[in-house]
Design a protein around this ligand. Structure first.
Ligand SMILES: Nc1ncnc2c1ncn2[C@@H]1O[C@H](COP(=O)(O)OP(=O)(O)OP(=O)(O)O)[C@@H](O)[C@H]1O
Ligand SMILES: [Mg+2]
Length: 256
């Protein structure tokens, strides 16, 4: 595997830190609206963020400040205008900004998870299969993966009658629980969570909080967007203010 960088100590001069899972440096994002005459929408610039095993960092800031945009950059979904997003891999670091797509896809299969705010429903695929899929893709036996998926759906109080149905017709909260189960079923070193409890009642919210705590206890490093105060209190070890990087973005201009 080719990596954009193989050392974590390059900028700081400090020795390599074994607990580091994600290292973001100089990250900037300016949207350029080509269909609007090239109008530039600066969102953030100069974002530096280190994420360690077992940490839960909350992306904070008002609506529109760039929390989801930053999270999509961390997942390699949005190309930033500048900067690096380095993920710890076995033998070094993988810069998700510069890495070839197949290496990003492989990192997502094995170590980098993302729970989007809304479930992407795949027509005709039952809820239990959607949840089991990340385990199957790690080589887990099909029957065992389904078993684990059902166990997780039961824990999330999703009625057994729904397990074999495609989630297209599920309620918002039911879809969110399927999405969370799919995101949490496989072990991940880094997990990105965009409002994972937004559509849930208090009881189901508490189950999701417990599942995330279990992942943190296993050493998963989490970056999350949590609007719910109770969820923040239960999980967050550190807040990262996205809005404070907005002013820097205004002087940043359009991306290269
Ligand atoms: N694909 C896109 N193209 C152009 N502009 C975008 C795009 N995605 C987001 N933006 C703009 O970037 C800014 C940040 O949006 P983002 O969705 O990251 O905010 P947020 O902090 O997640 O807000 P919320 O709390 O409402 O979810 C907004 O001004 C938004 O209009
Ligand atoms: Mg958002």
């Amino acid at each position: 595997m080719r990596h954009a960088s193989d050392s974590a100590s390059d900028e700081t001069g400090r020795p390599d830190d074994d607990a580091l899972r994600l290292r973001v440096r100089g990250l900037a994002k300016t949207f350029v609206l080509h269909h609007r005459g090239g109008v530039a929408l600066p969102v953030f610039a100069g974002v530096d963020l280190d994420l360690r095993a077992g940490e839960c960092v909350a992306l904070a800031g008002p609506s529109g400040s760039g929390k989801s945009t930053l999270m999509r950059c961390l997942y390699g979904n949005y190309a930033p205008s500048a900067g690096t997003v380095r993920l710890r891999v076995d033998d070094g670091w993988l810069d998700l900004v510069a890495a070839p797509p197949r290496e990003v896809v492989e990192a997502r299969r094995t170590r980098l998870g993302y729970v989007s705010q809304f479930l992407r429903v795949i027509p005709r695929v039952p809820a239990e299969s959607l949840v089991a899929e990340p385990l199957r893709r790690l080589g887990c036996d099909g029957a065992e993966a389904l078993d684990r998926a059902r166990g997780l759906l039961a824990r999330l109080n999703l009625g057994e009658a729904l397990w074999r149905l495609p989630p297209a017709t599920f309620s918002g909260g039911e879809q969110q629980r399927v999405n969370v189960a799919r995101g949490l079923i496989a072990p991940r070193e880094v997990l990105l969570l965009d409002e994972p409890t937004a559509s849930l009642d208090a009881a189901n919210r508490d189950v999701v909080v417990a599942l995330i705590r279990e992942a943190l206890a296993r050493g998963t490093a989490v970056v999350g967007i949590f609007h719910d105060e109770a969820v923040r209190t239960a999980l967050v070890t550190r807040a990262f203010e996205v809005a404070s990087h907005r002013a820097a973005a205004r002087g940043h201009g359009a991306p290269a």
